[in-house]
Design a protein around this ligand. Sequence first.
Ligand code: ADP
Ligand code: ASP
Ligand code: MG
Length: 407
Amino acid sequence: MALIVQKYGGTSVGSPERIEHVAERVLATRDQGHAIVVVVSAMSGETDRLVGLARQIDVHPEPRELDVLLATGEQVTIALLSLALHKRGCQARSYTGTQVRILTDSAFNKARIRDIDEAAVRKDLDAGRVVVVAGFQGVDEHGNITTLGRGGSDTTAVALAAALKADECQIYTDVDGVYTTDPRLVPEARRLDRITFEEMLEMASLGSKVLQIRAVEFAGKYNVPLRVLSSFQDGPGTLITFEDDTMEDPLISGIAFNRDEAKLTMVGVPDEPGVAYRILGPVSAANIEVDMIVQNIAADKTTDFTFTVHRRDYEKALEVMNRTAKELGAREVTGDTKIVKISLVGVGMRSHAGIASTMFQALAEEGINIRMISTSEIKVSVVVDEKYLELGVRALHEAFHLDKAPA
Ligand code: ADP
Ligand code: ASP
Ligand code: MG
């Protein structure tokens, strides 16, 4: 008998019919003799709806109260799924994050899980019950309800699997695995049988929202066997694994993209020691995360300094930069919110030169201007104009033959 944690995302529990379908799937797994913990998201669109309601009252909702509101979405689905299981003669019990005691820090809207008290869950499992847990939520040490950030139900599932030492954590969603890129953008995208934790982590942090970054981090750290599957069709899905020396790694595993980018440039900054710090210090003091950074070589004793931030932080960053520009005597601050980041990811890149030049050639052939570049051992990212997102991703998918399985 194995212990399996199954997580069903928003689309998979998007209607009463779909919830009944999930119940059937859970029962089928149980009939194979396995113990099951199910984690569910809110019904699709529900979390957005709740955020919208809060914003109708206040465009910057108080974070603690927002979490009280957002946590209701998942409370609905745990109850409905448990009802569907009961109707089928299956003993099931639902738990909110607070009831399990998924202990988090107090960073409302983006809390991190610290500890899970799995005693109650174990007791139910021992009694032969299916345990249904609300994803995306926890409780801090003061008893406040917290949420884990968008897509956080993935992390709930992986954290529970780690705490319970489950045999596998299965993430059921609306695609049948992790693809070479988002299949909604590129229909030729190919499902991967396996992808390494390292690559999945890069894909997630570079914008592929199929798994929350923290879920992948957790799974890697606690060695949780993690699989992404479809709740609509049967199939092997994608296994997230550790790197395996016996297999030749493909050069490029996937293409990630991120639409949430914005860039800011300080033009004509005096080229002196300490300038990067004087520009970025106030930005980080304002709690704004900076992603790519580029500083040009000075031509006339002044330089241009460019960096990217999340689009939601753009206005705030611009304010901070305008202040700093005055202090430094810089010429001006310019900005652009209509940019996107496209990234190639693959552990096979480590041992191959020339990936970046093939990438740049493919983009050049489509007439796509590259605005910024950054590289690491296993990825190359470029910033391009938003209007080139689809064209760029498709061109790269083709240039690296990602539609065909590596020989
Ligand atoms: P859920 O509600 O089940 O958590 P999500 O919407 O969070 O589902 O994640 C699944 C979606 O992720 C897919 O519908 C797909 O559009 C998107 N996606 C982005 N990149 C990829 C990728 N590389 N492989 C598969 N899906 C991807
Ligand atoms: N319901 C939350 C969201 O939409 C959490 C999740 O689905 O993982 O982000
Ligand atoms: Mg998700």
